[in-house]
Design a protein around this ligand. Structure first.
Ligand SMILES: [Zn+2]
Length: 396
């Protein structure tokens, strides 16, 4: 068994990435996550080290983003009403990505945190797992903000590693309910970064991309892989697809490092999406990903957070991922103190009593309709077939 260290990159300053009171990406997601990890005893573990993140430099941010866009973010960050720039030309403004004072530093910190996580897992032999729960801003494009994401911390961290190690091969696995479009487009022509995204189909959900024919271009052809899922996809179906396809892809590609975006908005109750996963899925995925990292990915795993808009789901799911990294089997009982804390700060969700709950109930509900169950089964089979016949072949 591996007893190497696990790095959790965390600071209270993360809560400054804040689009305002009515925005779904609430800083509370992160503070409640940290608190649950603490109360579950994960932060006292002898193999856990808390890493304080640094700010990414402008030069590092520009490894991915256009200087003009970076300047616009900087200007609006100082004065959100600056009359010399038109925020809407850069994806900023009322709606998904409202401008807020201090947004440059808040975004540079998230990028710096993912760089810290990447640096630690890659350069320090004592570490083979690092996790930046504030990261995972996968929609940000090179010249504009998108889907709550200002700077793309994932792409910046990967480019940072590439700069130091020009031949490094990275597999990026994105389990967020939304397509990992920003990361896919940055590395679309790069065979050294394989992007894999499982998400609710773009036919039904933002950002509308992630179809099976998006496979990369030029030298990168075959190195973008997409699994668009149909609404209602259950834990059982998701897991069947995942176990059939992901290990084969990673075994064929054999990266030096696995980067995962761990969005948990695939949950059946998530207010923004329509998939049917339970928290149990995250517990099982953590096990699978950990296993594949050891077998196929040089035993190096860099994890970042992502979406998830239920304040009582995100902390539980990400605690399960951290526990798996530390090789700890948690009890299903939630700490009383945390339940009380959640009750006080989250008033519009049922108070949870278990770490992973209701998994079986939602599964039965989803598959109770024979027509839907049949459709889901057939669709999953078609994706597995596509993976075996095309995706894997493209990598050879
Ligand atoms: Zn998402």
């Amino acid at each position: 068994m591996d007893t190497k260290k696990v790095g959790l990159v965390y600071t209270d300053q993360y809560t400054k990435y804040n689009f305002g009171i009515n925005h779904p990406l609430r800083p509370l997601r992160l503070s409640l996550t940290y608190s649950l990890m603490e109360k579950l005893g994960l932060l006292d573990n002898e193999n856990l080290e808390i890493i304080k993140p640094r700010y990414a430099t402008r030069e590092e941010i520009e490894l991915v983003h256009k200087p003009k866009y970076v300047s616009v973010v900087e200007t609006l960050s100082k004065n959100p009403q600056d009359p010399t720039v038109k925020p809407f030309l850069y994806g900023l403004g009322p709606g998904d990505n409202p401008v807020f004072e201090g947004m440059y530093d808040a975004s540079a910190l998230v990028c710096g945190a993912s760089i810290s996580a990447a640096e630690k897992v890659w350069n320090d032999d004592d570490f083979n797992r690092t996790f930046n729960p504030a990261g995972g801003l996968h929609h940000a494009m090179i010249d504009k903000a998108s889907g709550f994401c200002i700077f793309n911390d994932i792409a910046v961290a990967i480019r940072y590693l590439q700069k130091q190690n020009p031949d490094i091969r990275v597999a990026y696995l994105d389990i967020d309910c939304h397509h990992g479009d920003g990361v896919q487009w940055v590395f679309y022509d790069d065979p050294n970064v394989l992007t894999i995204s499982l998400h609710e189909s773009g036919k039904y959900l933002f950002p509308g991309t992630g179809n099976t024919d998006e496979i990369g271009e030029g030298a990168g052809e075959g190195y973008a892989i997409n699994f668009p899922l149909i609404p209602g996809t259950s834990t059982k179906m998701y897991l069947r697809l995942f176990k059939e396809c992901i290990p084969k892809i990673l075994d064929t590609y054999r990266p030096d490092l696995l980067v995962t975006q761990l969005g948990v908005d695939t949950h059946f109750n998530d207010p923004l999406t329509q998939l049917g996963a339970s928290i149990k899925l995250y517990k099982l995925l953590a096990k699978e990903i950990d296993k594949y990292t050891q077998k196929y990915c040089n035993n190096k795993w860099l994890a970042v957070g992502g979406g998830g808009y239920l304040m009582t789901v995100v902390p539980r799911a990400w605690s399960l991922f951290l526990a798996q990294m530390l090789n700890i089997e948690l009890e299903n009982e939630l700490p009383q103190e945390w339940i009380q804390e959640a009750k006080k700060s989250v008033t519009n969700e049922d108070t949870p009593y278990l770490l992973w709950d209701r998994g079986d109930k939602i599964e039965v509900q989803l598959l109770a309709h024979p027509e839907l169950a049949k459709k889901m089964n057939e669709y999953t089979n078609s994706l597995i077939e596509l993976c075996n016949n095309q995706y894997i072949e493209n990598l050879k």
